[in-house]
Design a protein around this ligand. Structure first.
Ligand code: OAD
Length: 244
């Protein structure tokens, strides 16, 4: 399954950076965004995942996020998430960058996680930025409002047209520039700036690996394309690393 060259690089590497997308959580039962069964086939991102839509149609956007919060709370990390926890324990310098808001990497036990698109379990006031737990969100039937300033509370995710959290992005870029191996896993690699990271890694001399059942725009520049599901390939990869 793995080339000789890849195994050699894997066995000598100290610093590894991983970028994940919705595909890593697919085997947990979290729908991806693109593809035939993707969320963006049934729903329109411009009606649900941007700030203007939230202001214009707050009830609908909250309904959608409450539905996704419940779905995500009910699923569990899969063998792909757990394999990345093992890799964090094996490599002395390991960083995990995710576009996912589902918190499944942390629930699996990953520690150094940079969340580029926020976290669906968080909520904050659009006025004073006070944070609110999901318990408070679900305890209200009406649209949630801040008890401090009266403004709307919103989900703690990054919407289209918004900036990424600066600290998370800076750390992600640093980890990408400084790694020997860079993995891009379960992402269609079309949403920027996250999609620029594999190119940045390559520019800085990293060995680039992609895990995905389908080719993506990044596939043409990777050193190794491992075609298949991350929940199956990553545990096999860990077995190879452990033998080193
Ligand atoms: P996408 O839905 O665009 O892509 C998911 C990728 O996962 C596809 O390339 C699939 O082929 C792949 N895939 C499916 N099942 C897999 C499996 N079992 N193992 C590995 N890969 C699998 O999701 P993202 O690339 O994460 O942003 O999307 C990026 C961003 O677009 C999201 O963070 C979200 C979305 O709109 C915002 O909401 C801002």
């Amino acid at each position: 399954m793995f080339s000789e060259k890849f195994i050699k690089v894997l066995k000598s590497a100290q610093s590894v950076t991983v970028l994940t997308g919705a595909g890593i959580s697919a085997e947990s039962g979290v729908p991806t965004f693109r593809g035939d069964d993707g969320l963006w086939k049934k729903f329109k991102p411009e009606e649900l995942a941007n700030f203007d839509a939230f202001i214009k149609n707050t009830e609908l956007v909250w309904e959608w996020y409450k539905y996704r919060k419940k779905l995500i709370a009910d699923v569990k990390p899969n063998p792909g998430h757990y394999a990345l926890v093992e890799m964090e324990n094996i490599f002395s310098n390991f960083s995990l960058i995710t576009q996912n808001v589902d918190n499944l990497h942390r629930r699996a036990g990953s520690k150094k996680v940079f969340e580029l698109h926020g976290n669906i379990q968080k909520n904050y006031c659009i006025g004073c930025k006070k944070e609110f737990s999901d318990e408070i969100i679900f305890s209200k039937l009406e649209i949630p409002r801040c008890d401090n300033c009266g403004e709307l509370i919103r989900p703690g995710v990054v919407w289209f047209g918004e900036c990424l959290p600066e600290d998370q992005w800076n750390e992600a870029e640093k980890a990408t520039r400084n790694c020997e191996i860079f993995f891009t896993i379960g992402t269609s690699a079309v949403v920027y700036p996250a999609a620029s990271l594999p190119y940045l890694a390559k520019e800085h001399g990293a060995f680039l690996i992609e895990i995905n059942p389908e080719p993506t725009p990044v596939t043409s520049i990777v050193d190794e394309f491992l075609q298949g599901k991350s929940g199956e390939i990553l545990p096999e990869l860990v077995k190879v690393i452990i033998k080193k």
